[in-house]
Design a protein around this ligand. Structure first.
Ligand SMILES: [Cu+2]
Length: 126
């Protein structure tokens, strides 16, 4: 799986008062960070992916997922998310024809923060 190289979505809380400065690793432990995604952003795929997997450093609860075409049409998805918090979500994708798609998802971290992610990918015409 390619490692997601976008900047980690850590809280932007900056605690500078009374000389108390939390390092970014302390902040990361407050919720979680995306660790990997199975489809790289802007990937051009030769075959339609059957699933999309996103994993996090710490367990999170699933929030939502949405798939849209380049023209903004919503592609129906069926995903039964795990009831409990988990680090890895494997989301089945419907049969996709060659097109460009944008997948958007949300999870809720242990500290209650909503973490959003998105990836755009293209399925090449053969
Ligand atoms: Cu947080």
């Amino acid at each position: 799986m390619p490692i997601n190289n976008r900047s980690p979505r850590i809280c932007r809380a900056v605690l500078l008062s009374v000389g108390l400065l939390f390092s970014s690793s302390d902040m990361a432990q407050a919720h979680t960070m995306e660790r990997a995604i199975s489809i790289a952003n802007n990937a051009v795929l030769q075959a339609a992916p059957e699933t999309f997997t996103v994993s996090y450093v710490h367990p999170a609860r699933f929030g939502s997922v949405q798939l849209r075409t380049a023209t903004g049409e919503t592609v129906p998805m069926r995903y039964q998310p795990p009831a409990n918090a988990t680090t890895t979500f494997t989301i089945p994708l419907p049969k996709l024809v060659p097109d460009t798609y944008r997948l958007t998802w949300r999870v809720i971290a242990d500290d209650g923060h909503v973490m959003t992610g998105n990836v755009t990918f293209t399925i090449a015409r053969r």
